[in-house]
Write a protein that binds this ligand. Sequence first.
Ligand code: FES
Length: 189
Amino acid sequence: MNLSADTIQEIDQIIPKYPEKRSAALMVIHLIQDEIGAIDLEACEWIAQKLEVQPINIQELITFYPMLREKPWGKKHLRVCRTLPCALRGSYATCQSLEKKLGVKEGHVSDNGEYSLEFMECLADCGEGPVVMVDEQTYENVDAEKAVLLADLLLKGKLDSSKKFVSYEQALVSESKTKASVKSKSSKK
Ligand code: FES
């Protein structure tokens, strides 16, 4: 398995922070998944050897937690919440719109490898559904109609710069910047 020297160094620094090597399993899995996109059999065996456990001990974590995977997702990974509050606000239709527009079936990767789509349980933003995540950015109130626009911007590579869709995370950053600038102006008076 080809891991970067940085990731190996990070893994070697993390493991001694735990009382037992095996307790570092999730951290190690996340670091590797972040770099290579998934934990395949080779990665599973590598981790097991590193943590002095059996490969099955790593495999059971990967198959239990939905955020861990054995095969890589697309370059852009979309998640749509299907839990009741979002479902009542139309997340099933949202998911269908995204499937159609991006040409990818829920639970799969598009043929060109660009997009993958997951229809999954709560994304922890229940008051503002339907909630859609694109990689680590959270978009709120994305009904079926808005999902078409969102997918369109994504296809054009303009979602991040769009004023129509500001993610929860982007909004937090600009709010904290505004507060910092107000504070610095008032301290200069
Ligand atoms: S129910 Fe959709 S984010 Fe929680």
